[in-house]
Write a protein that binds this ligand. Structure first.
Ligand SMILES: NC(=O)C1=CN([C@@H]2O[C@H](COP(=O)(O)OP(=O)(O)OC[C@H]3O[C@@H](n4cnc5c(N)ncnc54)[C@H](OP(=O)(O)O)[C@@H]3O)[C@@H](O)[C@H]2O)C=CC1
Ligand SMILES: O=C1CO[C@H](CO)[C@@H](O)[C@@H]1O
Length: 338
């Protein structure tokens, strides 16, 4: 098992993914961790990535990187279909794993990852970075304090303009689809309201639309949820939207709160709150959600600090994703062999 002691995390990066600069490299710099190695399918690209981002060395393959004794933490931002298989490989090698969302292609694979994490005794976390940002923490506080009253309804929407046709997000074999890429945030944000809703939500129904020319791949999906305490929820996503919408609206019995961008609050840190006392806007700060996330992950790895996300949580999210697919007339994503 990896042992990072009290020193900096020694992080290995799978792939030369576009997101990594923002989601890991900058936060690692900001919080004093080491970027030990990177591997990509094309070594020249890995070398260019290492030079650009100051990663210490290049491994010949993903397999070599996960076996590297100097790597304690593997960051997995590969295309979705490669999350599960490489999470399993990294856990089997005794590494801590920070996996991009979703953690696997389907619930069966997520359960395998959970077992591998138990067997490894290491930390596994799905990168729902939004949860660590003060915007989401404040939304929860508004429910906890009673300022909004009893939770009645919540709507989360995560929508982006269409990526190019060649993007893995449109590939069924690579576990693409709007729900996998975007709707996982909406569902997760609703799930995280369980403490103020009498328990976990259940799926009441879902509808979706298929991407033209990409059979089985959802371009958009809307899911209706019901909480045990009577509140209702709408978790929506769209991957060919007219612009960007990453908003959440929480309606309570005495007021409501809207965050225009709960997923990437560093782009818009507002929460607009309406109660009988009037309307006000709070700004919660534009420090990156990824930096908060890495701090929380590192505190777990180094000190055993509590973490709200683990492999069990990832299985629950993945099972809900599979259920949404079935309810909307799609198949859950297939597993990818490596
Ligand atoms: N947390 C956040 O806010 C965000 C998270 N993400 C998540 O991060 C992950 C990466 O997203 P993004 O940076 O846009 O992804 P990229 O399109 O850059 O792909 C990521 C990596 O997957 C591998 N890959 C890409 N296409 C293929 C293919 N056809 N076959 C096999 N491997 C392939 C490549 O590895 P190699 O370099 O080795 O060739 C690539 O670097 C996704 O899972 C996404 O859900 C994405 C954006 C934001
Ligand atoms: O996690 C994510 C957040 O936003 C991106 C858009 O910029 C998504 O595509 C992505 O996968």
């Amino acid at each position: 098992m990896s042992d990072t002691g009290r020193g900096p995390l020694r992080i290995g990066v799978l792939g030369a993914a576009r997101i990594t600069g923002r989601s890991l490299i900058d936060p690692a710099r900001a919080t004093g961790h080491r970027l030990v190695a990177v591997a990509a399918r094309d070594r020249a690209r890995a070398e260019a990535f290492a030079t650009e981002h100051g990663v210490e060395r290049v491994a010949d393959s993903y397999a070599e990187l996960v076996a590297d004794p100097e790597v304690d933490v593997v960051y997995n931002p590969l295309a979705n279909g490669l999350h599960g298989p490489w999470n399993l490989a990294a856990l089997a090698a005794g590494k801590h794993v920070l996996s991009e969302k979703p953690s696997a292609s389907n619930a069966r694979e997520a359960a395998e990852v959970r077992q591998a994490a138990v067997d490894a005794g290491t930390v596994f976390m799905e990168a729902f970075h939004y949860l660590f940002h003060p915007v989401t923490r404040r939304l929860h506080e508004l429910l906890e304090s009673g300022e909004l009253g009893e939770l009645r309804h919540v709507e989360a929407m995560v929508a982006i303009a269409a990526p190019p046709d060649t993007d893995p997000r449109w590939s069924l074999p690579l576990a693409g689809g709007a729900l996998m890429d975007l709707g996982c945030y909406s569902l997760h944000a609703l799930r995280m309201l369980a403490p103020w809703a009498g328990g976990a939500p259940r799926l009441a129904g879902a509808r979706g639309g298929q991407r033209a020319g990409a059979p089985g791949v959802d371009e958009w999906l809307d899911a209706d949820l019901e909480f045990p305490g009577g509140a209702t929820g709408s978790a929506r996503c769209h991957m060919a939207y007219d612009g960007l919408d990453m908003s959440i609206r929480i309606v309570g019995s005495r007021g409501e709160a809207t965050a225009p961008n709960f997923v990437l609050p560093q782009m818009d840190d507002r929460i607009v709150i309406r109660t009988p006392e009037g309307e006000r806007t709070e700004h919660l700060g534009t420090r990156s959600s990824y930096t908060y996330q890495l701090e929380a992950f590192a505190a777990r790895v180094r000190d055993g600090a509590a973490l709200p996300l683990d492999a069990d949580d990832a299985v629950t999210t993945m099972a809900l994703i599979d259920d949404c697919y079935r309810a909307a007339g799609f198949e859950p994503r297939p597993s990818t062999r490596i």
